[in-house]
Design a protein around this ligand. Structure first.
Ligand SMILES: [Zn+2]
Length: 264
């Protein structure tokens, strides 16, 4: 599943390769893929003749601005298997969890540029989305720039939920998914089932540092599946740090692996 790291790769590709290009035509063949009242006709009317001027990201959501903010913005979400393709090139390493074949029916949304090139959002599983003029207020602060004060506020508002559920709630902190949160809590030595309210001041600081450093590390490695905790995500898997047998639970509705020896 594309998490923050993969979405950032897609954003960087879009920024490098579409900013400054003018939209000649919009292809939105799959009405299911258009969400929150967005229609193919609405996208065509809004975007034709516009020039892309910025590509932003907050959590797992990509925002594309046109005409220097004077034109409409549209949102792209990669869902479970989405991939951005610009002039035939794709972002980052091949995904390990989705087919990389280019089947025309998987092209859910595309822009053709006045200079002759094109971009596509390809999504075999069809769980991504395109939204015209998306609301940007539903998401919490982005995990890559999260401050200690913002983390404390998220923990305060989610005090009665397990720490793992709070970190995965996109309205509290945007960008952290299942693999990334398990990796962070494993590195921080915090039991994912603990209630958010039980973290003391030192633990909050340690968690904040670990969120920032883990996200930075995995952005550098190029994928959330390249963390050190991932190899232990299997029945009978052992903690890479101390060799203890990992514990498998469902927390916040998601399969969770943690180490009973060093995560408390
Ligand atoms: Zn351990």
């Amino acid at each position: 599943v594309p998490e923050l790291v993969e979405v950032e790769s897609a954003r960087a590709l879009l920024e490098a390769r579409t900013v400054g290009r003018t939209i000649k035509a919009v292809d939105a063949p799959d009405a299911w893929f258009l969400k929150r009242g967005t229609t193919a006709a609405g996208l065509r009317d809004a975007l034709r003749g516009r020039t892309i001027t910025a590509v932003r990201r907050r959590g797992k959501q990509i925002y594309v601005d046109t005409d220097g903010g004077e034109g409409p913005t549209f949102g792209l979400h990669l869902g479970m298997s989405g991939r951005v393709v610009v002039d035939g090139d794709e972002a980052g390493d091949p995904l390990i969890y989705a087919s990389n074949r280019d089947v025309p029916a998987w092209r859910r949304f595309g822009l053709r540029f006045a200079d002759g090139g094109a971009m596509w959002l390809r999504d075999p599983r069809r769980l991504g989305a395109v939204v015209l003029d998306p609301s940007e207020s539903r998401l919490g602060p982005d995990a890559t720039t999260l401050t200690l004060a913002q983390l404390r506020e998220a923990l305060r508002r989610g005090a009665r939920a397990p720490i793992k559920a709070v970190l995965m709630d996109q309205s509290r902190v945007a960008g952290l998914g299942n693999l990334l949160v398990d990796e962070i809590l494993w590195r921080a030595g915090i039991d994912p089932a603990r209630l958010a309210s039980t973290l003391d001041d030192d633990e909050q600081r340690a968690l904040h540092r670990t969120i920032r450093s883990t996200v930075r590390l995995l952005l550098k490695r190029g994928g959330v599946h390249l963390g050190d905790h991932v190899e232990a995500r299997t029945r009978g898997g052992r903690c890479p740090r101390d060799g203890a047998e990992m514990e498998r639970r469902t927390i916040g509705g998601r399969t969770t692996y943690s180490c009973p020896a060093h995560q408390h």
